[in-house]
Design a protein. Structure first.
Length: 93
């Protein structure tokens, strides 16, 4: 987990949030979970040795070095933020 990416994911601007939503939508269209990005899914696939995952991470790393790891960290930070919001809404601590 990357603490700097976590903080960044929690303060994303409107345009970035829209791009993440489109990324998540695309992930669902291709059979992924609705709350993860294609990038994070590709990083996990690459770690398992999947050729398509490796290709996706190779390509994405050209745009942003370490993109897969950063995407996984961002997905986790957003999920934790939503978990906390829902916990408070349900009266939890």
């Amino acid at each position: 987990m990357n603490p700097l990416q976590d903080k960044s994911a929690l303060s994303e601007g409107y345009l970035h949030r829209v791009l993440v939503a489109l990324d998540q939508f695309g992930n669902v269209v291709f059979g992924g979970d609705p709350d993860e990005t294609i990038s994070a899914r590709s990083a996990r696939a690459a770690a398992r040795g999947d050729k398509l995952g490796k290709f996706m991470i190779w390509w994405l790393d050209k745009l942003q070095p370490g993109h897969g790891t950063l995407a996984e960290s961002g997905d986790l930070a957003r999920a934790q933020q939503i978990e906390e919001i829902e916990r408070k809404a349900l009266g939890g601590k």
